[in-house]
Design a protein around this ligand. Structure first.
Ligand code: ZN
Ligand code: ZN
Length: 364
């Protein structure tokens, strides 16, 4: 099987033949049709979170089921599915409490990886999926069936970028109709927080980004107002837009420490800061804790939108079919697998919303 293997941090991926073992009990094999490039893949490739090499990344994928391990009777060969990084045991306190995205059961992405290099060396199943590859073997919990009539290039975005941005608004923040929302960062995740906030009935959806073109996109996705992050009076502008209060919810959707430092200043009394973007492990942000206590504010992290696949994916698919959720508009580039490094380079340059890698199985 061909996979795009990371053999050194800060280097191009190498398309190589590696071995994928058949699915064991509770596992599913999927032929990948499309996999989008997410910023988390870039952080992993750069070694920003440390980690083992060689590794295969890619975790925002869709394809067709090709083999089923023992014990899964609710899915059939040929089914179109999402492959997501949400690997859930179903029994730990998080899973039992309805929060599988923060499953607490450890999983060894190297020792338990289904991937081996040709010399037998384990290859890490990066971000729990390793979907920059023709096929994956993943846990049943990571796979969610989707209708056959949705394009795989659009559908794959539901596996991470869409649920991360949208779910942070609807699941983590529980944004209420009539409230004011600031979304810091109008990239692939931020645009989904913006459309989530608009669908949730927020009175004002204010996008903040340093790139003017991204603010144009933010308006297309439902932002009522936009503020250039490089202006020196960003806080003042947000104050004016919110009647002097600040926003009830501020979502930081980019992995930039600067955005985290700035964000609490946009909060209303009792406002919630939702941490979505993941900066490198050594990045720090400083705040005055006294401001949080005095104003009754809070900080809450949101991992993969606190998504429950079987509950949230059918809902998002329905919104897409009604024309209320934009997916196709999120795709800015489509690349054959052989050109994966070009897709990654373009994502690094910050020009794209989402670049999607298309595999031979695409269009099946
Ligand atoms: Zn991702
Ligand atoms: Zn669990």
């Amino acid at each position: 099987m061909r996979a795009a293997v990371c053999r050194a941090f800060d280097a191009s991926l190498e398309i190589a033949d590696i071995d994928l073992r058949p699915p064991g009990p509770g596992e599913i094999e999927v032929a990948i049709a499309a996999c989008a490039v997410c910023h988390s893949d870039l952080h992993a490739m750069d070694g920003a979170w440390g980690g083992y090499l060689p590794a295969v990344y890619g975790h925002e994928a869709a394809g067709h089921v090709t083999a089923i391990g023992e014990g899964s009777t609710d899915i059939a060969k040929g089914d179109p599915v999402l492959v997501t990084p949400i690997r859930a045991c179903g029994a730990c306190p998080s899973c039992a409490g309805g929060h599988p995205a923060t499953c607490e059961t450890p999983y060894d992405r190297v020792g338990d990886s289904p991937l081996r290099d040709r010399d037998g060396t384990p290859v890490e199943q990066g971000i729990s999926a390793a979907a920059f590859a023709e096929r994956v073997v993943v846990d049943r919990s990571q796979v969610q069936r989707i209708p056959a009539d949705i394009g795989m290039d659009a559908a794959c975005l539901l596996s991470c970028g869409v649920i991360t941005g949208f779910g942070a608004v609807t699941n983590t923040a529980s944004v209420k109709p009539g409230s004011d929302v600031v979304v810091a960062g109008a990239g692939g995740v931020g645009l989904n927080s913006i459309q989530g906030a608009a669908i949730a009935g927020a009175a004002r959806v204010i996008a903040v980004d340093p790139v003017p073109e991204k603010l144009d996109a933010a308006r297309e996705f439902g932002a009522t107002d936009v503020v250039l992050a490089t202006d020196d009076d960003v806080e003042h502008q947000i104050g004016k837009l919110t009647g002097g209060r600040g926003a009830d919810t501020v979502l930081v959707t980019v992995g930039a420490a600067d955005a985290y430092r700035q964000a609490p200043r946009f909060l209303a009394p009792r406002g919630q800061l939702i941490a979505v973007g993941m900066p490198p492990a050594d990045a720090l942000a400083e705040w005055s804790p006294g401001d949080f206590s005095y104003l009754g504010q809070g900080i809450q992290g949101s991992c993969l939108g606190d998504t429950v696949l079987s509950r949230d994916i059918p809902f998002l698919v329905e919104l897409y079919r009604q024309g209320r959720l934009k997916l196709d508009e999120l795709v800015t580039g489509r690349y054959p697998f052989a050109r994966i490094n070009d897709a990654i380079g373009d994502t690094r340059a910050g020009r794209s919303r989402r670049n999607v890698i298309l595999f031979d199985g695409y269009g099946r």
